[in-house]
Design a protein around this ligand. Structure first.
Ligand code: B12
Length: 247
């Protein structure tokens, strides 16, 4: 029986606290690196530490996979999830709703902005074939999709938004090294305000390290992280536009 107020990781048995951790140390592959890795895990509070994998990455870097056990537990009933809110409707229901309420297609423009060249995540939301057996937005009658691809400058994106009278922009940010995603996302939102169009559309961001909380902080309407299904995004867009009734 799982006690929601006392959630601990599961390895072999319920509540055994078993954890697998991977990390890289800037140390030459060898006994010293191994002992440092072990000490590091001890200092993190892990017990029964086993170095399961140790790999030489070259140039004085060593990669580890370590097993350990923790006594820590979390009260899941005290956790608040900050996530985009929507009711899950089927593709047919959504298509019919848009036909009835808007009488036209909802126009979305997608791109990965700034220096980011990762397109797979965005494509999996927008392309016909979708992601994880869930069709992408192009498959819906309800959407007209413009996918601009990778490394798009904010001004290019805004030009397209104006040209096609977009209802929503969908931007992807996968690279987060040195917080570059914050810079790119802030630049875009600032430019939307400067151009006077921020309040006339939905601004949505996604990527493996994007949270809804961060997206709201940066001035976006929603943020979608790892494992997002296209139908989540489709539902959010339609229901949020209905709430706002932009145009
Ligand atoms: C494929 C890949 C590449 C390909 C990209 C090809 C392409 N056309 O996309 C290439 C080889 C070009 C590449 C290059 C680089 N990459 Co790379 N890459 C990956 C890799 C292996 C897979 C990413 C992927 O396709 N995931 C699958 C998709 C489906 O998942 P996803 O992106 O998370 O998308 C889902 C959600 O996040 C969300 N989502 C994503 N976008 C959007 C947008 C919207 C609007 C919404 C609603 C939702 C949404 O929905 C999707 C479905 O659920 C990852 C490692 C990994 N295993 O994740 C590294 C990784 C992302 N890359 C990384 C790095 C560092 C780079 C380089 C900087 C490497 C280098 N030194 O040159 C360059 C950067 C190039 C650039 N200018 O951007 C790092 C990023 C680290 C970080 N935290 O910043 C990773 C994590 C690898 C690593 N562990 O170091 N990469």
């Amino acid at each position: 029986m799982i006690d929601l107020r006392n959630i601990r990781p599961y390895g072999d048995q319920t509540n055994d606290g078993a954890v697998q951790l991977s990390f890289t140390l800037p140390l030459e592959y060898g006994p010293l690196a191994r002992e440092v890795a072990k000490k590091f895990c001890e200092n993190l509070g892990f017990q029964d530490i086993v170095i399961a994998t140790m790999e030489d990455l070259g140039e004085n870097f060593t990669f580890f996979v370590v097993y350990g056990k923790t006594n820590m537990s979390i009260d899941a009933t005290a956790i608040k999830v900050v996530a985009p809110k929507f009711k899950k409707m089927s593709r047919d229901q959504l298509d019919e709703l848009v036909e009835k309420e808007f009488g036209r297609k909802i126009v979305v423009v997608g791109a990965t902005v700034g220096t980011d060249a990762h397109t797979v995540g965005l494509d999996s939301i927008l392309n016909m074939k979708g992601f994880h057996g869930d069709y992408g937005l192009e498959r819906y009658r309800a959407f007209k999709v413009y996918n601009l691809g990778a490394q798009i400058l904010p001004l290019e994106l805004i030009k397209k938004v104006r040209e096609v009278h977009a209802d929503a922009i969908l931007v992807s940010q996968v690279v987060t090294q040195k917080n570059v995603h914050i810079k790119h996302l802030t630049e875009l939102i600032d430019m939307l305000y400067a151009e006077g169009i921020r309040d006339s559309l939905l601004a949505i961001v996604g990527g493996p390290r994007i949270t809804h909380e961060l997206a709201l902080e940066l001035g976006y309407d929603a943020g979608f992280g790892a494992g997002t299904l296209p139908s989540d995004v489709a539902n959010f867009i339609v229901q949020e536009l209905l709430k706002k009734r932009f145009r």
